[in-house]
Design a protein. Structure first.
Length: 113
């Protein structure tokens, strides 16, 4: 017989509580991948701030900066025309929005616990 979603949820909750009691560690939640805190380089910190923050938040703040300073190309909105701060990060005057994350990753380091 198939379990209902409610029964499955209760079973998973019980299993998680049992694991917490056994290990003595609190349930961690999702803090990996895009939600894991990263440290920006000094060049990137000029735009996003020097505090550790999730990669998704870094990308969001860079987009806010791009839009605030009107750095998207007028004809091809996929292109970003870098100002002096962004040129330090991208290494060139113009990049596509698809290349941006590749360049940002060079300026992010995983937070060390």
């Amino acid at each position: 017989m198939a379990r209902t979603a409610e029964k499955r949820g209760k079973d998973e909750t019980k299993a998680a509580e049992k694991k917490v009691k056994a290990t003595g560690k609190p349930a961690g939640g999702a803090r990996g991948g895009i939600t894991a805190p990263v440290t920006p380089s000094p060049e990137l910190a000029e735009i996003v701030g020097k505090n550790d923050l999730p990669r998704s938040e870094v990308v969001s703040k860079v987009w806010d900066y791009i839009k605030k300073n009107d750095l998207q190309d007028a004809k091809d909105r996929r292109q970003i025309n870098a100002d002096d701060k962004l040129e330090k990060i991208f290494g060139k005057k113009s990049v596509s929005m698809f290349e941006m994350n590749k360049h940002l990753s060079k300026h992010l380091s995983a937070k060390k616990d």
